[in-house]
Each structure stands twice: as structure tokens, then as C-alpha cells.
Design a protein around this ligand. Structure first.
Ligand code: NDP
Length: 313
């Protein structure tokens, strides 16, 4: 039987509607949440991501501002900008869009962001909060994965979860969140022995690898939930045919754009999984939605007891 498709667009829309309500309450109390985005240079992909984030703020009533230093910017200049944003009370979240140019010490810049305003959740202080289950800011994509599972009524506690990928941005924080939700978690990577065999143990399989369609049928226990985080662009016809030959909808996209997106999970897995996130339209939409959640959360954590009761839930 074909897998239940977990609609990330619908879940993200629900979360955004909830955020918009909270923003209204906070704004009425004179605490409008604010996000500052730093976009260095002219990287086209980064420009698209930042445009999406700023637009999302506008739609939900969150104040936003964009800083666009040139790609010749120095580490010191960026540190000065971050410090300035750290000091401003109306800014609750600071997001430094990656990658930064090679002359910039990215780690130093990210470390300079006040952990209370670190809406990406990458600062070691927030990583520590997550691993010790203290209130803090959690990375957006992993937080989105948990929202998909919870809002789709997929049980986590007591389940076997396997996460393929151990990056600081996706794999590790996802594993940590699953542990905190009482799953039994295995983390795999490029040195894992018998990857398909380990993955077949999973009730919940998370693929965060960055390899088009790598997770094939033999990685998946029939009925398992499969969360596909990968976003890989295919523009080669032969590769396209390998995954999507005869798929009319995909053919149309490929013909008009010259490329299509595929996750880390092979399309054939949808025939045996119990539930699966599509690419596009699965985990992706949650990432920006959770950035909005984090901005509001940062505002509430920073303002503590001044937050009106209605927005405290
Ligand atoms: P990284 O490249 O940082 O990490 C990839 C991980 O996959 C590494 O841990 C690596 O292992 C592991 N890996 C690579 N090849 C293999 C293999 N053959 N077998 C087993 N493990 C392997 O990627 P990210 O975590 O940043 O991103 C992963 C994917 O998720 C990408 O496609 C990215 O585009 C997508 N993504 C999607 C987002 C969204 O909003 N939907 C947000 C962020 C990322 P090792 O550590 O041993 O090298």
C-alpha cells in the first residue's frame, strides 16, 4: 500500500497561523518581535532564502530588517554589526545567512551572536541547552521534523529512530530532539557498517545526507515513517530518468525548469513506507515556519514575566 504523505505545506501553514496570533498579542502589548538578517554579498541561493524569510516575517506581522554588507566585508566589521544588533532591545532574533565569504571567520561571527537572540540555534550555549533539556533555541529544521511527527500523530516515545547524517545543523540536533522525546536513537554516517541493515531497524527513519535518492527500498522496514530532509537538484537527464521516468508531473517541472528537486530518499520507498515526507513540500516549508516560531520564542524568553498571559502558552 502507498505511504501516507505528510504534507509539510499544510503543517507549516498551521504553525504560521499560530505564530501570527501570538505576534498580534505581543505587538498589542508593545513587544512586537523583531528579526535582523545579515546577508553578505550576492550569493543567489542565499538571496532567495533571505527573501523568503523576510517575506514570511511580513506576512506574520514580525518586524524585520535586512543588513547587506558587501562580500569584501571583514570579520571585524561583521562583529561590529552583530554587537550592535545584540544591544538593540527591539531585535529579538539575529540570523547570519551562511555561507560567509572565505576571508571571514564564520565561527567567530556565529559565536558573537547573543545566545538569547540565536534563532538558528547553532550557538554552543543553545546546543548545550538542547542536550541538557533546558529552555533555549532549537535549530529550525530539526524542530520542524519533530513538529511533522507530532502533528501527524506519529508516536515517538519508545520507537526505534535512525538518523542518517551527523551534521551540527540537522543530524545531531534531530537525534537529540528524538532522544528528548524518548525514542531509542541510532545515528549513522559515512563510516557506518551495513547502513541498509541499520536503517531497517527504524520505526522512524530520518535521511539528512545530501545524496540524491540514496535511501532505497532495502533501507526501509515496510510501514516505517520516513522523513526526507535532503534537497538535491537534478539537472542531468539520465539521472532524472533513473528516478522519475514516466512521472508526468516531474516531466513537466523538468521540461520547464531544466531541473527538479529530489530528496535523499528514492521515490520507490513511497511504495512500502507507512508515512513519508515529499520533496519538495515536506520538511522544507517547516524550516522557515520554525524560524518564525524561534523569533517569537526568543522575544518571549528575553522579556520573561512581561509577556502577556495569552502569549505564554
Ligand atoms: P552535511 O553534508 O553537513 O552532512 C551530511 C551527513 O551525511 C554527514 O554526517 C555524512 O557523514 C553523511 N553521509 C554522507 N554520505 C553518506 C553515505 N554515503 N552514507 C552514510 N552517511 C553519509 O549535510 P546537512 O546535514 O547540512 O544536510 C543534509 C541534507 O539536508 C542536504 O541535502 C541539505 O540540502 C538538506 N537540508 C535541507 C534543509 C531543509 O530545510 N529541508 C535544511 C538543511 C539541510 P560524515 O559525517 O561521515 O561525513
Amino acid at each position: 500500500m502507498a505511504a501516507r504523505v505528510l504534507d509539510g505545506n499544510k503543517i507549516a501553514a498551521d504553525i504560521r497561523a499560530e505564530v501570527a496570533c501570538e505576534v498580534k498579542v505581543l505587538t498589542a502589548a508593545g513587544m512586537r518581535p523583531g528579526l535582523a538578517v545579515i546577508l553578505v554579498g550576492n550569493n543567489p541561493a542565499s538571496e532567495i532564502y533571505v527573501r523568503g524569510k523576510v517575506k514570511s516575517c511580513e506576512e506574520l506581522g514580525i518586524y524585520s530588517e535586512k543588513h547587506t554588507p558587501p562580500d569584501t566585508v571583514s570579520t571585524e566589521e561583521l562583529l561590529e554589526l552583530v554587537n550592535d544588533l545584540n544591544q538593540r532591545d527591539e531585535i529579538d532574533g539575529i540570523l547570519v545567512q551562511l555561507p560567509l565569504p572565505s576571508q571571514v571567520d564564520s565561527k567567530k561571527v556565529l559565536m558573537a551572536v547573543d545566545p538569547a537572540k540565536d534563532v538558528d540555534g547553532f550557538h554552543p550555549v543553545n546546543v548545550g541547552f538542547l542536550s541538557t533539556q533546558r529552555p533555549g533555541l532549537v535549530p529550525c529544521t530539526p524542530a520542524g521534523i519533530i513538529e511533522i511527527l507530532k502533528r501527524s500523530n506519529i508516536p515517538i516515545a519508545g520507537q526505534e529512530a535512525v538518523v542518517v547524517g551527523r551534521s551540527d545543523i540537522v543530524g545531531k540536533p534531530t537525534a537529540m530532539l528524538l532522544i528528548n522525546s524518548n525514542a531509542t536513537v541510532t545515528v549513522c554516517h559515512s563510516k557506518t557498517r551495513d547502513l541498509p541493515g541499520v536503517c531497517r531497524r527504524a520505526d522512524i527513519l530520518v535521511a539528512a545526507i545530501g545524496r540524491a535518492g540514496m535511501v532505497a527500498r532495502d533501507f526501509v522496514r515496510p510501514g516505517a515513517t520516513v522523513i526526507d530532509v535532503g534537497m538535491n537538484k537534478i539537472s542531468d537527464r539520465n539521472e532524472f530518468d533513473k528516478f522519475f521516468k514516466g512521472n508526468e508531473k516531474r516531466e513537466q517541472v523538468f521540461a520547464s525548469k531544466g531541473s527538479t528537486l529530489i530528496g535523499d530518499v528514492h521515490p520507490e520507498v513511497a511504495e512500502i513506507a507507512g508515512a513519508i515526507t515529499p520533496v519538495p513540500g515536506g520538511v522544507g516549508p517547516l524550516t522557515i515556519a520554525m524560524l518564525m516560531v524561534n523569533t517569537v520564542r526568543a522575544a518571549k524568553l528575553r522579556r520573561g514575566s512581561r509577556v502577556p498571559e495569552l502569549a505564554k502558552a
